[in-house]
Design a protein around this ligand. Structure first.
Ligand code: SIN
Length: 520
């Protein structure tokens, strides 16, 4: 029996903890409450080839197309082939996926899927149904749970990860383990507008970075096309367009028909940029999502959560189109892993949004993220049985480098300490849906200045300050990665390099060595 620490309590962390607890001593730490995570806000559902007219091959093909040439084909095959069994595991655990009038699993349609294959629960409350079922299972399993336990950093000894340093309400403490599975999610809070909850500050990715793990594809941040255009940007699921809702300009005309043959159901990056472009043409005003054609009863039954959110903000979406705008949603990049969650550091695994398995390439196919968590968390938990070491570190190669620590070059502005709202706005403006070298370079200088002003990191005492540190580290990495990729591909769009270039048909990889070096 080995001791394993799982960090994070979304679907990836809960599955990893449950599966590992059968054979190992498992400690699960989570920064908030056990049931709080990005997972619980997922609406659309889980894509899997569960239906007779569908196939694993078709799901693979759709995933590869969406990924714009950067998917890892082996990882995609694993995802699509093992996905159906992992969804059946959830059903066995008691997750009540919605059924149709014949009692068969109901299936939704989402953008860039050639088949209807998205299973959902509670209409648009899929993530909540999964989260609550898994929390109940973990509470019954032999798993030691620490809530309100914020991971400050990984503990590294002799080049291997051997535990975590935590900040808890009782103070700092260190937990030792034979292996650590990071499942602490993405970093939507890097951006001024995001569908993600407050906990998504990239803590696991940033800690892995500081520990020396190889990160990859950080320039690929997915912006969901439709969040309600109100503070907090609540998600309006892609499934709404899958059911037939359309996007309208402020003059009432459909604009996506002129952008892509699949119009509102074009790949997510295309729709998001289409909306952003239309908003620019109408002085920044949000576009409208017209779901009135779906009917009041259908909307209330199929999308009860979105209906309630609309009502709370004074919109009757059965009677009138609602204002929507893109918002940061999902990070394709993260800690580079193999198909069993192993990272470049022995003893460190990464699963869920923390990880860059390569399944999403440059642009994730809708409803593939819960699936990724299910499949790869399960595989990582089982890989522990084969030994707790990680794969050999990837070999660094020569490339552009920036220091990982604080720096204040002569060229930089006088620095002031980072303010999270300013950081998020800077990222939105310079490293959002449209990017260019000038804005990115200016952002890089500002971020360097803030980093220098925050140099005394040991002084970071509160969770909020530690989160700021993480966001700052990750913001610099996103900007650096976006500068380096002088092309447009998937979610990464450079106005100064609008075409896709064969010269960049590869993953980007970075590690702190102590400099950031490109590796591949
Ligand atoms: C949605 O419901 O639109 C989100 C689905 C996803 O991000 O995969």
């Amino acid at each position: 029996v080995s001791r394993v620490i799982v960090v994070g309590s979304g679907v990836a962390g809960l599955i990893a903890a449950l599966e590992a607890s059968v054979r190992h001593e498992v400690v699960l730490v989570t920064k908030s409450q056990l049931a709080e995570s990005n997972t619980r806000y997922a609406q659309g559902g889980i894509a899997a080839a569960l239906f007779p007219d569908d196939s694993v091959e078709s799901h693979i093909a759709d995933t590869l197309v969406a990924g714009a040439g950067l998917c890892d084909p082996e990882a995609v095959r694993v995802l699509c082939a093992e996905g159906p069994d992992r969804v059946r595991d959830l059903i066995a655990l008691g997750v009540a996926f919605d059924t149709d009038t014949n009692g068969e699993l109901a299936r939704g349609h989402e953008a860039a899927h050639s088949h209807k294959r998205v299973v959902h629960a509670g209409g648009d409350a899929t993530g909540l149904a999964i989260e609550l079922a898994l929390v109940a299972a973990v509470q019954k399993a032999v798993v030691e749970v620490h809530e309100n336990a914020f991971m400050v950093d990984l503990v590294v000894a002799d080049g291997a990860v051997r535990g975590v340093e935590l900040l808890t309400p009782a103070g700092r403490r260190t937990l030792a383990a034979d292996a650590v599975i990071l499942a602490s999610g993405g970093a939507g809070r890097l951006y001024a507008h995001t569908t993600n909850p407050a906990v998504t500050t990239g803590d696991g990715i940033a800690a892995a970075w500081r520990a020396g793990a190889v990160l990859g594809d950080l320039e690929f941040y997915q912006f969901h096309p439709t969040s309600l255009a109100v503070p907090g940007n609540p998600l309006v699921s892609e499934a709404v367009r899958g059911e037939g809702a359309v996007l309208l300009a402020s003059d009432g005309s459909r604009f996506m028909t002129g952008v892509h043959p699949q119009a509102e159901l074009a790949p997510r990056d295309v729709v998001a940029r289409g909306i952003a472009g239309q908003m620019a043409r109408q002085d920044g005003a949000p576009v409208l999502l017209d779901a009135t054609g779906l009917g009041r009863d259908f909307l209330a039954a199929r999308f009860p959560g979105i209906t309630a959110v609309c009502e709370a903000h004074g919109f009757d979406w059965a009677a009138e189109p609602i204002p929507v705008t893109p918002a940061a949603h999902y990070w394709m990049g993260g800690v580079r892993t193999d198909t069993e969650g192993r990272t470049s550091l022995p003893g460190l695994f990464g699963v869920g949004e923390v990880a860059c398995t390569g399944v999403h390439g440059a642009n994730r196919l809708a409803s593939n993220s819960l699936l990724e968590s299910l499949v790869f968390a399960w595989r990582a938990a089982h890989a522990l049985d084969d030994g707790l070491g990680g794969v050999a570190a990837a070999t660094p190669f020569e490339g552009a480098a920036i220091p990982g620590g604080s720096r204040l070059g002569e060229e930089n502005e006088p620095a002031s300490r980072v303010d999270r709202a300013q950081l998020r706005q800077l990222m939105w403006d310079a490293a959002g849906l449209y990017r260019n070298a000038d804005a990115l370079e200016q952002a890089a200088a500002t971020l360097d200045g803030w980093t220098a002003a925050s140099a005394d990191r040991s002084a970071a005492a509160t969770v909020a300050e530690l989160e700021d540190r993480n966001l700052l580290d990750l913001g610099r990495l996103v900007v650096r990665s976006a500068v380096d990729r002088e092309e447009s591909r998937g979610a990464h769009f450079r106005s100064d390099f609008p075409d896709t270039s064969a010269a960049f048909a590869h993953h980007s990889s970075y590690r702190l060595t102590p400099e950031v070096a490109l590796v591949d």
